[in-house]
Design a binder for this molecule. Structure first.
Ligand code: AMP
Length: 418
């Protein structure tokens, strides 16, 4: 596999799939968080420093037509120029031949939103049950190849650095790779560091290895939990899915979130964990609310004795203490999903405590700590701890799927994963 580190871009045109799906301020139209732009800079700067030119392509939002000014990447040009100086823009990603051809070493061209074309996603813009959907999808799959081929024709080299869309088989994330030979396609620095962090946790974890799984539902996290049971020493459960486990064990859960059709699954997970010698931690006490509201009345109870009419929305002090100890003594930590409804201040304490404990394990116990999933990343940022943990993943869905053991099309297209 070609590595970007020892590739010389001098005199070459590189088409780079970046993730510039950035949030915009609704009033000013300005980029309100440029983390994703900053994430792509090392790769772009390397291409330019070598004497190559970079053709950047991305999606933004979910446009339904072409063009759709609300989703135009033209709006983010100033946010990119802030870091890279003047760049060029092409307002139709399928009509960039002339501009791409005219690029000189050191120049950068940004293509308009790829999703202005349905071919990028290869998904018809109609409901699945509408007549003609299947035919439309088949036709689009072929059109997607032409779309990708056209993008490929602009450049000598393909670089994928959009980790956030690596789990999608889209024109620019996977199909395009077929039009470049082995030596002329590679990951950018961002994808490389994401893979390194995830592979370290999956394959080279130092023990004790603790996985912290939170969030709303067991059903969303079951695959990752199952894939981790062979690897971890401790499995910490938190968030809404707590109560499916508690009910499965015969506890009283009041109005707490519960997936009644997943009770057997929860029991199976506990049995498998026991058989593999994994210690499972389920919250023992909780902060309950009388309604799902930021101003709800609260009380504290054992998780298996939730009073009628109340719902558990955060872990309470006894659980926080237990979890903090387990985390602080770990050498590898993977954290995905909040411990409670951390969007409401009254129920944010448990998630903040876990964020602190993860940072402490990193700083004081030399642990390798990986945080992924939109909400846990938000929690780490909210607690200003991003630079106190080992790695914060930029790809929610992509990270989850990789850690579930799935093959990601965007990764497989370059690395040949099967
Ligand atoms: P996920 O996207 O699966 O990681 O779930 C994150 C969401 O789970 C957040 O929006 C939380 O507010 C929510 N959540 C966490 N704990 C609970 C709980 N005990 N009850 C209901 N929702 C919860």
């Amino acid at each position: 596999m070609q590595l970007i580190d020892n590739f010389n871009f001098a005199g070459k045109k590189a088409i780079v799939r970046v993730d510039f799906n950035v949030p915009l301020n609704k009033e000013t139209g300005e980029v309100s968080d440029d983390t994703r732009i900053r994430g792509a800079l090392p790769t772009i700067k390397k291409i330019i420093a070598d004497g190559g030119c970079a053709i950047l392509m991305s999606h933004m939002g979910r446009p339904k037509q072409n063009p759709d000014p609300k989703y135009s990447l033209k709006q983010i040009v100033p946010a990119i120029e802030k870091y890279l100086g003047t760049i060029q823009f092409c307002d139709d990603c399928m009509k960039a031949e002339a501009q791409a051809k005219a690029l000189k070493p050191g120049e950068i061209l940004l293509l308009e939103n790829l999703r202005f074309y349905a071919e990028e996603e290869g998904k018809p813009r109609m409901e699945k049950d509408e007549p003609g959907y299947d035919e439309a999808k088949k036709a689009l799959k072929n059109a997607q190849k032409d779309f990708a081929k056209k993008l490929a024709s602009y450049a000598d080299v393909y670089v994928n650095d959009a980790f956030g869309t690596a789990h999608r088989k889209h024109g620019s994330t996977a199909v395009i790779a077929d039009y470049f030979d082995e030596n002329n396609k590679m990951f950018g620095f961002l994808i490389n560091s994401e893979l390194k962090a995830m592979d370290k946790v999956l394959n080279e974890a130092q023990k004790p290895f603790t996985a912290i799984m939170g969030g709303a539902k067991v059903s969303d996290k079951i695959m990752i939990i199952e894939n981790l049971l062979d690897r971890v020493d401790n499995l910490i459960i938190g968030g809404g899915m707590t109560y499916t486990f508690i009910k499965a064990q015969g506890g009283k859960i009041g109005n707490s979130l519960c997936e009644d059709d997943k009770l057997d699954l929860a029991k199976e997970v506990l049995a498998k964990a026991a058989a593999k010698g994994v210690k499972v931690y389920i919250p023992t006490d909780a902060v309950n609310a009388d309604k799902f509201d930021k101003d709800a009345n609260t009380n504290i109870s054992k998780t298996n004795e939730t009073p009628d009419g109340w719902m558990g929305l955060d872990i309470a002090d006894e659980t926080i203490k237990t979890y903090s100890n387990v985390i602080a003594n770990s050498k590898t930590v993977l954290w995905n999903g909040p411990m409670g409804v951390f969007e409401f201040d009254k129920f944010a304490k448990g998630t903040s405590a876990v964020a602190q404990a993860v940072a402490k394990a990193t700083q004081e116990n030399g642990a390798f700590t990986l945080i992924g999933g939109g909400d846990s990343v938000a929690a780490i940022n909210k607690n200003k701890l991003a630079d106190k943990v080992s790695y914060v993943s930029t790809g929610g869905g992509a990270m989850l799927e990789y850690m579930e053991g799935k093959v990601l099309p965007g990764i497989a297209a370059i690395r040949g994963d099967k």
